[in-house]
Ligand binder design. Sequence first.
Ligand code: ATP
Length: 333
Amino acid sequence: MASIEFVRVTKAFDKNVVIQDLDLKIEDGKFTVLVGPSGCGKTTLLRMIAGIDPQTSGSVLIGGKDVTRVAPGQRGVAMVFQNYAIYPTMSVRENIEFGLKNNKVEKEERTRLVETVSATVGLQPYLDRKPSTLSGGQRQRVALARAMVKKPSVFLMDEPLSNLDAKLRAQMRIELIEMHKKLGTTFVYVTHDQVEAMSMADTIVLMNQGQIQQEAKPEVIYRQPSNLFAAQFIGVPPMNVGELGIDGVRFGFRPESAELSGEPRSETEYAIQGTIVTREMLGSETLYQVRSGRHSFMVKSTQDLFSVDQHVYLGVDASKLYFFAADEKRIDP
Ligand code: ATP
């Protein structure tokens, strides 16, 4: 049982309050991703769970137990950072074994654990190599194996893939999902990359300026964003937003929800007129930027039919329109 709970947690650095009265429950055994723009407080939350940088007030519970007075090493958590701390002079095996030796685990048990864990992350062929002879992805696996071997009940990861190239990152995302399935441990993963959040999370906790904006499954945040921030943070390119000109209400639609036409059809169907300002071929889709008065909308189309400077008509199915009130909350129609 290793759920994590924040109860009215505040964190201040000197007089600078970065988290205020935060309540959050992270479910046991789930892959939870904390996502949000730089500086929103993700790492601060993770460090409070680990006990590296304790909260100013409020409580943090792990497995239902208040850990405020529990030292980091006794919390049953393991942390993996983007700058994975692996020792260059030690072999892969020695790196993985290191924490176990420190904890005075017997040699036989150490060997068994290193074998099991390295099989899980695919490091068996590299156990006698030095980290300098490994690829970035393999080194990241050493860092994961080092954390895993301690059998933590909670895995904390802070942007662990950000030093890898795009292809390797995509591969490691899949490996992390598989690793989570195998281990069944609570994962708390911090990233500012919404693609990572969408592809890996059971639950996304979306933050901005120290506050939780929405906590939901990826598809729920995507389909039913609770506010304008959530609507525009999740999704590439972000949701288009325009003014309705009444009481501060704004409308929004996803780039893939709009249809372009060179000819006007019925007035209601293609209500927005504009001019194509950019055209970007993405492979199976084309991304158009359409200027309409003071608005600019992105439209993702499976048809590569339009050219720059062309006058177009833009239609969005009414069921795919979103509306936001003046306080930026989504209005449920
Ligand atoms: P990033 O994605 O850039 O890592 P983040 O969401 O993880 O950002 P945090 O590192 O949690 O953000 O920082 C939240 C806020 O707290 C920031 O405004 C930051 O400047 C401030 N902060 C973090 N650590 C300290 C510190 N040790 N002393 C003072 N302020 C700090």
